[in-house]
Design a protein around this ligand. Structure first.
Ligand SMILES: Nc1ncnc2c1ncn2[C@@H]1O[C@H](COP(=O)(O)OP(=O)(O)OP(=O)(O)O)[C@@H](O)[C@H]1O
Ligand SMILES: [Mg+2]
Length: 430
């Protein structure tokens, strides 16, 4: 994209508004308004020939409204990034707009800064999906996208580290967005926060979900798609987030003793996960650092377990113990993968290669980058969005590619059974 301008299409039925938006955008030399249309129908009809990077879409349009226009437009031009514009107080509309595939929204009238920032953010989302990253060597052209939505059984990818502060949440959040961005809007990615008492996925994504997984507790055995959709919070990247309860007390309804099944797993969590995976291609799951009833339920359903560690002795020891525990439980070890986080080749420390010799080859080494990681956590803007070219982001994007390739290559026959037969008894001993 270097040197190229960001191509913007403006969709608004009021000519004066279109013109105001265009004028605001003249302040940025990297942005070029390539089309202005007055209706959703016209936008859908012309988008393929215009090929905008970003579409500014008014939500209230005569004829088809902005939400319908967005989903139709994305069918024709799936790489366009739609930013929805609406007057204040239309939050329910906004939710629907995000469901329809809009990546962001702005309140009318937006300031020049808001508008220009949003457009740059959208444009940054684009390259990590394009050919620049997906080189032929990775074997993942855009054709290898969906995992087959006809009989969808999404892949559950669990991130776990026995120690706290290792980077589990950071990795989960960025991995979910990287998967969505590398593969494209044709796959559905959910990010589930199973750190039920102190989960912070929503904070890492600057989301304030009105509902959380706790709202599913009383309906876990009779879930339906509509209920799930009202609880999952859309992020501008396209990822849908099932957030952890706002306070530890709110998690109680999911953690009562009578929800534990005979194998030691949390029955409610299992039901919620089983239903959610029917609605998504991937579920990226963040966890706490304990093998408890929630984790046992999750492990039974996980298609991949990513064990995270930093190159320090206590974390190496913890990760090794956890892998040994998985073996004792008869987990198929081919489901387990290692992620070494905060690798710093310049500092003295344990070499990642030594860890790999001691345990297993890692899927990826994620470099230490305190500035980028801390800024991302503090501002709630994941680094794969803000700085997709940085080595820390590239490492997570590579992880997303490896994961997607793994599951795209998997044939029906070689795919693992839906539920792992864990050695019974061990669950209860824990
Ligand atoms: N590769 C990295 N380089 C530098 N800092 C990092 C890296 N990955 C994560 N961090 C930082 O480490 C801190 C802990 O990260 P994070 O919250 O993701 O870990 P966690 O394992 O989920 O922790 P918790 O125990 O709170 O669940 C955060 O401040 C994050 O910004
Ligand atoms: Mg965490």
């Amino acid at each position: 994209m270097a040197g190229e301008k960001i191509r913007v299409m403006i969709v608004d039925d009021v000519a004066e508004t279109r013109e105001q938006l265009r004028k605001l955008l003249t302040f940025d030399p990297d942005i070029q308004v390539v089309s202005m249309v007055g209706s959703g129908e016209e936008a859908v009809k012309t988008v393929a020939s215009v090929q905008p990077d970003v579409v500014l879409m008014d939500i209230n349009l005569p004829g088809i409204d902005g939400i319908t226009a967005t989903s139709k437009l994305l069918e024709v031009s799936p790489t366009a990034q739609v930013v929805m514009l609406s007057v204040q107080g239309e939050s329910d509309y906004m939710r629907r707009a995000m469901m329809a595939g809009a990546r962001d929204y702005l309140t009318k009238p937006p300031s020049a800064d808001e508008l220009i920032d949003a457009i740059h953010r959208m444009a940054k989302l684009k390259p990590i999906r394009g050919a620049e990253v997906l080189t032929p060597a990775t074997g993942m052209g855009s054709g290898g996208a969906s995992l087959g939505s006809a009989a969808r059984r999404g892949k559950i990818i669990t991130l776990f580290s026995p120690k706290g502060g290792t980077g589990c949440t950071t990795t989960a959040v960025n991995l979910a967005i990287a998967l969505q961005s590398t593969v494209g809007p044709e796959i559905k990615v959910a990010l589930v926060d199973l750190s039920l008492q102190f989960g912070d996925v929503a904070v890492f994504m600057k989301l304030q979900p009105p509902r959380t997984i706790a709202d599913l507790a009383s309906r876990a055995s009779e879930m339906d798609a509509e209920l799930l959709a009202t609880v999952m919070m859309p992020h501008p990247s396209g990822v849908k987030v099932l957030a952890a309860p706002p306070t530890p007390e709110d998690a109680e309804s999911l953690l009562t003793a009578d929800v534990v099944d005979e194998a030691g797993g949390n029955r409610l969590i299992k039901s919620i996960l089983k239903f959610t995976r029917q609605e998504f291609d991937y579920l990226i799951v963040d966890t706490t650092h304990a093998v408890d009833e929630v984790m046992l339920a999750l492990l039974d359903l996980s298609d991949m377990i990513l064990v995270l560690l930093r190159p320090v002795i206590p974390e190496i020891r913890g990760a090794r113990n956890f892998l040994t525990l998985l073996q004792k439980m008869n987990y198929p070890m081919e489901k387990a993968g290692l992620v070494i986080n905060s690798v710093d080749n310049k500092r003295m420390g344990i070499q990642p290669e030594a860890i790999e010799r001691n345990m297993m080859p890692a899927l990826v080494h994620v470099p230490l980058d305190e500035r980028i990681a801390l800024t991302a956590a503090n501002y709630g803007v994941p680094f794969v969005v803000k700085e997709p070219r940085a080595p820390i982001s590239q490492a997570i994007i590579k992880l997303a590619q490896v994961i997607h390739k793994n599951f795209s290559d998997e044939t029906e026959e070689s795919s693992q059974p839906a539920e792992t037969q864990r050695r019974s008894g061990l669950g209860r001993l824990l």
